[in-house]
Structure formats: C-alpha cells, structure tokens
Design a protein around this ligand. Structure first.
Ligand SMILES: NC(=O)c1ccc[n+]([C@@H]2O[C@H](COP(=O)([O-])OP(=O)(O)OC[C@H]3O[C@@H](n4cnc5c(N)ncnc54)[C@H](OP(=O)(O)O)[C@@H]3O)[C@@H](O)[C@H]2O)c1
Length: 358
C-alpha cells in the first residue's frame, strides 16, 4: 500500500482523486504498478493491469492493492471492477470506499464475481492523500484550483494595468496544459473588462487545443457582447453573482467537477477568504514592480493566529518546479485534515492476507 500511495502522487489533482495500484504475486512480490493520470485517462487499476501485460505477466491468481475502492461505472473509461475480474485477479485490498455515488459498489461487484476483497488498509493515509477531493465530493461542488501569476512582490499587474505577460513562456505553456485538463476556468468581470482575455487552452504555437474548458465569468456587471471570452463555440457562461458558493453550485450543475480560478485579485481573495480553494498554483516571476495590483486583497485576517496555513504539495510533479525563469509553487489546503482511522486493517494482518494467511 505504501508503494500504491507513492505511485498515486505522480498524478495531477482535480476532478478525479489521486489513485495508485500495485499487483502482487501470490508470494507477495511486486509485479506491476499503476496510477491515475487525471480525468479521461486510464484508472490506476487498469494502468497496473496494462503495465503487467506490457511485461508479459499473467495476472491470474494475483493480488491487487489499491488506494481507493475500484470503480463500478462507465465514465470516460470502463469500470475497473470488470477489468480486475477479466484479468483473473484473485484478491483485492483497497484503502477507502469510493464516496462518489455513480462509481461506488465496485467491492460488491468483485465479491459477486468470487474475488476476495478487504478494505481499510492505510485508511488514514489514503483519506489524507485526497482529503480536498473527498471534501469537494461530499459538498457537491467542483474541486477548486487557484492560479496566480505574480511578481516576487506579489503583484499581478503593473500600476498602468499591464499584466501580459508576467510569467515566462514555460509557465504559460504549463498553465495551458492545466486548461486542457480542467472543466472550467473562472475570472471576475474586472479581468474581462480590463484584459479581454480569451481563456482558451492553446498549444505553444497558439493553436486551440482539442479539449476546451468552459469559460466562466463571475460578477454583476454585463459581459460585453464583443468580449473575447464569449467566442462562438458556446463554451461560455456568465454567473451574475458575487457569492463564490453560488458560483460553484451553478458550475457543478453545469457538470463542472474541476474549476481553475484565474483572478483577478477580487475573485482570488473571495475564494481564499471563503476557504473554498483546494489547490494553489503560483507562478513566481523573478520580477519586482513595487506598485500595481496586489495578488490578494483583504482576507479578513487581522492577527497572525488567524493566518491561513498551506502545505507544500508533492503531487503531479512536485511542490517546487523551475519553469524557464519562474518558480512554480504547488500547495494544498490544510483545512480538511483527515482524522478517521476507524476500521483500519493492521498492516501485518494485511501482509498475511496477501500470502494466503487469511
Ligand atoms: N497575473 C494574473 O494571474 C492575473 C489574472 C487575472 C487578472 N489579473 C489582473 O487583475 C486585474 C483585475 O483585478 P480585479 O480585481 O478587478 O478583477 P476580477 O477579480 O477579475 O474582477 C473583479 C470584479 O468581479 C466582480 N465580483 C464578483 N464577485 C465578487 C466578490 N465576491 N467580491 C468582489 N468583486 C466580485 C466585481 O464586479 P461586479 O460589479 O461586476 O460584480 C468586481 O469588480 C487586472 O489588472 C488583470 O490584469 C491578473
């Protein structure tokens, strides 16, 4: 399970949880490892089975150890429970039940097909791995990534309003890679009226990517008819509200499960103050402006004891990366620390189970 947890961290956060899977021989030897690379790609279980096939390994009679209950539904990929049954895997040990209604029930399907199933191994670690995602699923809201491209002194625009481009081309390319993964991108009316951004996902040579996020603008003022963000593809929505909870609820109803909030300062601060941000990505340019628009406004914090604390996030490429001349900082919220260890399988007992002790 430690290896499955480590593998899971290679994936990106977002609409889907981080999941890792390991296939073990009946003797407990590690045969293949897989992880989930984000919405629309193979799940960790299917990835591990594929890896075993690539190596010519016969998976019949093996054990799979996976950080989340194998799914039972056909989403953008097929059901993992079925893939496990077809691969002839004899035992499955997973950590956490899948809380996501359409996907739940994989354990029952496996048992009905004669696969031995146990759950609860490394329960606390696996809950912690995806604590923000569990929170988003339970609250029926999209997973929220907040993106800031800023100078060393936390400015997102100069005093004359110019803000393109604070970041290096490498950071921009990274941001457009994220835009291809997310379901929606959200800015305030202020950014639309000042910058008139397109908010599309583009390749480094400026071509439109195949997958485009929904472009959402939040605020009471109208979005001009000729605003670039409207484009002609129908992937635009105006959310006439200043309430971030309402904005997220509207987006959830539109089918959005991962939203990236891109600014400006009013919108960034609103989501942070409401503690609705799961993941923070900051592109830090080695530039000073001294004046101009600060990244954040008042968060309602007046004393250090009330400061918001974030932790460095090693998932999806690491907590600190160098992108051209910039640093990319990746952080996760600490507000939803997992607490439950109820029903955990003791590690020793689990090891005996793999090798037939149970
Ligand atoms: N470097 C970057 O990453 C980046 C990214 C984006 C923007 N920017 C820069 O940010 C600057 C724009 O900042 P901004 O603060 O004006 O833009 P903004 O946050 O995009 O929009 C602010 C507007 O959003 C509406 N709004 C919706 N909910 C709100 C709430 N809860 N609280 C306050 N306002 C709310 C208000 O307009 P209504 O009256 O319509 O409700 C408000 O005037 C521009 O200079 C832009 O270049 C930089």
């Amino acid at each position: 399970m430690d290896a499955a947890l480590a593998a899971a961290l290679a994936g990106p956060r977002g609409a889907n949880p981080l999941v890792g899977a390991v296939i073990l021989s009946p003797e407990g030897e590690r045969l293949a490892t897989g992880y989930h690379r984000g919405a629309g790609t193979a799940h960790a279980e299917a990835d591990a089975i594929l890896e075993a096939r690539r190596q010519g390994i016969d998976t019949s009679g093996t054990t799979m150890v996976v950080t989340l209950e194998p799914c039972n539904h056909v989403g953008r990929t097929g059901p993992c429970a079925q893939a496990i049954i077809e691969a002839g895997i004899a035992k499955v040990i997973y950590a956490v039940d899948d809380p996501h209604d359409p996907a739940a029930g994989g354990a029952r399907t496996l048992r009905e097909a004669g696969v031995e199933v146990r759950s609860g191994l490394a329960l606390a670690e696996s809950l912690d791995l995806n604590r923000e995602w569990f929170d988003a699923v339970a609250s029926k809201r999209p997973f929220v990534t907040l993106h800031i491209a800023q100078t060393l002194d936390s400015r997102i625009a100069a005093a004359d309003g110019s803000s393109q481009w604070i970041s290096s081309p490498e950071s921009l390319a990274d941001n457009h890679g994220l835009r291809r993964l997310i379901d929606a991108i959200l800015v305030g009316t202020g950014t639309v009226l000042i910058d008139d951004p397109r908010l599309t996902a583009r390749t480094p040579d400026g071509e439109l990517s195949e997958r485009q996020p929904l472009r959402a603008v939040m605020g009471l003022r109208d979005v001009p008819e000729d605003a670039a963000v409207r484009a002609a593809d129908g992937r635009f929505v105006h959310l006439p509200t200043r309430d971030p909870v309402e904005a997220l609820s509207r987006l959830f109803d539109e089918g959005v499960r991962h939203v990236m909030v891109e600014g400006g300062s009013s919108i960034l601060s609103t989501f942070l103050a409401a503690e609705l941000v799961d993941e923070l990505i900051i592109y830090l340019a080695p530039t000073l402006l001294g004046s101009g628009t600060p990244a954040l406004n008042d968060l309602g914090i007046t004393t250090l004891a009330d400061a918001q604390h974030w932790s460095w996030d090693e998932a999806g490429g690491g907590a600190v990366q160098t992108l051209g001349n910039d640093l990319r900082l990746h952080l996760r919220s600490t507000r939803t620390a997992a607490s439950t260890t109820k029903n955990s399988i003791p590690r020793r007992e689990a090891a005996e189970y793999v090798t037939g002790g149970h």
